[in-house]
Design a protein around this ligand. Structure first.
Ligand code: UDP
Ligand code: MG
Length: 312
């Protein structure tokens, strides 16, 4: 027997949870015929909902003992919910799915076959379209992926969902990254392993509303950049260099001008030179300090130095 844990983060999803659970039933039947030795467990993570989501989950649990849940003391965000769910999951395989059916359950069996029958450690999904999403949001999302891929060492796949199945080994690796500012998509690619990508067309929410505001997403993307790149600190140094160089040119100009035309407002040229020069060098020095701070910052995250996939 092996166990498949389904982790479902839920924030104010009372309408959609029963629909989700019903939609999973045919999938479970499918598994029963194709993989009769695979059992299911559901870990619903109630992320501090205020609409009675937890009661809906408890209801499910009273009917079906495969349902487990964690309920947060307040809203900690989806990333925290995913972490808690993975931590509680006991399965040999763990899959993360949104409650709103935007992660099509019918893909699950194919994803499972990648980690069970093929030599993959994980199978993940990406949307090839952003149909039904606001234009502005798609535009910013595209720009974000361009920027982050340029400045970060790990790869961020455009359109990648959190809908992903992982082996126990990979799940444990993800759990060793105990950082607080979590950007799970980056963490998945940071831990490495072999991932099979499955593509599908965007699906709209079954019921309820999206929990993401535009500014929420913007903040989330800053989290990704700060968490997976120290490029901004490096840019500050370049900027400092440019300002310092410009200051030298300006100083030269002011000095020559003063020598030729005299100094009608006494003290002004020297003052401007000093102000400009120190502005540049200060920025430069701050940048260098920032560089060290950035390194320390990454260290305090206590990430493992490497992770072994196989060993003999
Ligand atoms: N979610 C959560 N905590 C939050 C926000 C969202 O657990 O603070 C869950 C939500 O219940 C859903 C999933 O994360 O199951 C994805 O959220 P949503 O559908 O609002 O995001 P979108 O699909 O619009 O990106
Ligand atoms: Mg959604």
């Amino acid at each position: 027997m092996s166990l498949l844990s389904v982790v479902v983060p839920c924030y104010n999803e009372k309408e959609v949870i029963p629909i989700f659970f019903d939609a999973m039933k045919p999938v479970i039947d499918d598994f029963a015929s194709k993989y009769p030795d695979v059992g299911f467990e559901f870990i619903f993570v109630d992320d501090g909902s205020s609409d009675g989501t937890v009661d809906v989950i408890k209801n499910l649990r009273s009917e079906d003992k495969r349902v487990h849940f964690i309920s947060f003391s307040r809203n900690f965000g989806k990333e925290a919910a995913l972490f808690a769910g993975m931590k509680k999951a006991a399965g040999d395989y763990v899959v993360c799915m949104d409650a709103d059916l935007q992660d099509p359950p019918e893909l699950l069996i194919g994803m499972f076959s990648a980690v069970h029958d093929e030599d993959y450690d994980s199978s993940a999904t990406r949307r090839v379209s952003r149909k039904g999403e606001p234009r502005l949001r798609s535009m910013f999302a595209r720009a974000f992926y361009k920027i982050i891929n340029r400045i970060s060492d790990v790869e961020f796949v455009d359109g990648a969902r959190d809908y992903r199945i992982m082996t126990r080994k990979m799940t444990d690796a993800v759990l060793t990254l105990g950082e607080n500012n979590r950007f799970t998509k980056g963490i998945y690619s940071w831990v490495g392993f072999r991932t099979k990508w499955i593509e599908y067309e965007n699906v709209e929410r079954a019921a309820g509303e999206t929990k993401w505001s535009f500014f929420g997403l913007l903040r989330y993307s800053f989290e990704a950049i700060l968490g997976f790149s120290t490029a901004p600190l490096t840019y500050v140094i370049s900027f400092g260099f440019i300002v310092t160089a410009l200051a030298f040119v300006l100083i030269l100009f002011v000095v020559i001008k003063t020598l030729i035309y005299g100094d009608p407002t006494s003290g002004w040229p020297s003052m401007i030179c000093i102000v400009v020069f120190f502005a540049g060098t200060q920025l430069l020095c701050t940048g260098i300090v920032g560089e060290y701070l950035g390194k320390t910052y990454l260290e305090t995250k206590n990430r493992p130095i490497f992770i072994t996939r196989e060993e003999e």
